[in-house]
Write a protein that binds this ligand. Structure first.
Ligand code: F6R
Length: 260
């Protein structure tokens, strides 16, 4: 796991956006795995700014979001599809048909999950997967005790997660109880996983993910098994790491000087 401790949240977003920009630049038909949540908002703002400056194009890109709320149609204002439109899709040159999210309103969720996994495979797999982390260690909506071998399926959200997402809804009771989410197995198949965490509220989950024992009680620990996982965190999110001096020595302020 590459741990990049950057000075602040703005730098974390720029750094993550830079990695996505590198994939957009480097491939004719890049496949991006996208996440939602407040941590991702400055990442998408940075990507939109790069697009407006003419530095990147999404024209050949395909995207797959990690998850969608069950029960919300794609045109529901709080659906993740609409969120992604507001933050990214509507502001860049991406083909709307190439932007995939699981259908939260599918009449047969199991069939929808299989369809989604097949679509990812048909696109050739995910080149770079953006991830946030929940305070309870979830990635995607793989809540604690999720099978580390699971693929896309329905998960029941914890009260903790519903409370954390309540600010996106008018009333807390409107937060859906279920989500359809890629599983840890899908995430581990991405060729590069980039997890971004900022702020002190994430410090305990980040410490467990990076330095704690592998376990389904903290699904993010599964990234310890990934051959190319990059964790980009600000100093506050890094506050619980015991080996922080080591990470800073290898990557001062999150930079990558190479072997010296
Ligand atoms: C949502 C998702 C979640 C969030 C996580 C952190 O698509 O993948 O795992 O990344 O809940 O959310 P924020 O960034 O709002 O703290």
């Amino acid at each position: 796991m590459k741990v990049l401790v950057v000075p602040n949240a703005a730098r974390a977003a720029t750094r993550a956006a830079g990695l996505v920009a590198g994939v957009l630049d480097g491939k004719d038909r890049p496949v991006l795995g996208l996440a939602t949540g407040s941590t991702m908002e400055p990442v998408y703002a940075d990507l939109v700014a790069r697009f407006r400056a003419g530095a990147i194009s999404f024209s050949g890109a395909t995207t797959f979001n990690l998850d969608e709320y069950v029960g919300l149609s794609p045109d529901h204002a709080q659906s993740y599809r609409q969120t992604m439109r507001r933050l990214l899709f509507d502001h860049v040159d991406i083909d709307a048909d190439a932007c995939h999210l699981p259908r939260g309103d599918a009449s047969d969720p199991d069939a929808e999950a299989l369809r989604y996994d097949a679509a990812i495979a048909a696109a050739g797999g995910i080149d770079i997967q953006l991830l946030g982390i929940g305070r309870n260690g979830h990635i995607g909506f793989n809540e604690p005790t999720s099978s580390l071998g699971a693929r896309t399926r329905i998960k029941t959200l914890t009260q903790n997660t519903r409370a954390a997402n309540a600010s996106f809804f008018e009333r807390p009771e409107e937060v859906p109880r279920y989500a359809i989410t890629m599983g840890i197995a899908n995430i581990l198949e991405a060729r590069h996983c980039v997890l971004v965490a900022t702020g002190g509220a994430k410090a305990a989950a980040v410490a467990r993910m990076v330095e704690g024992p592998l376990g389904a009680d903290c699904p993010a620990t599964a990234l310890q098994l990934h051959p190319r996982a990059t964790v980009i965190i600000d100093r506050e999110a890094a506050a619980g790491l015991e080996l922080i001096d080591y990470y800073q020595e290898i990557h001062p302020d999150g930079e990558e000087p190479g072997l010296v």
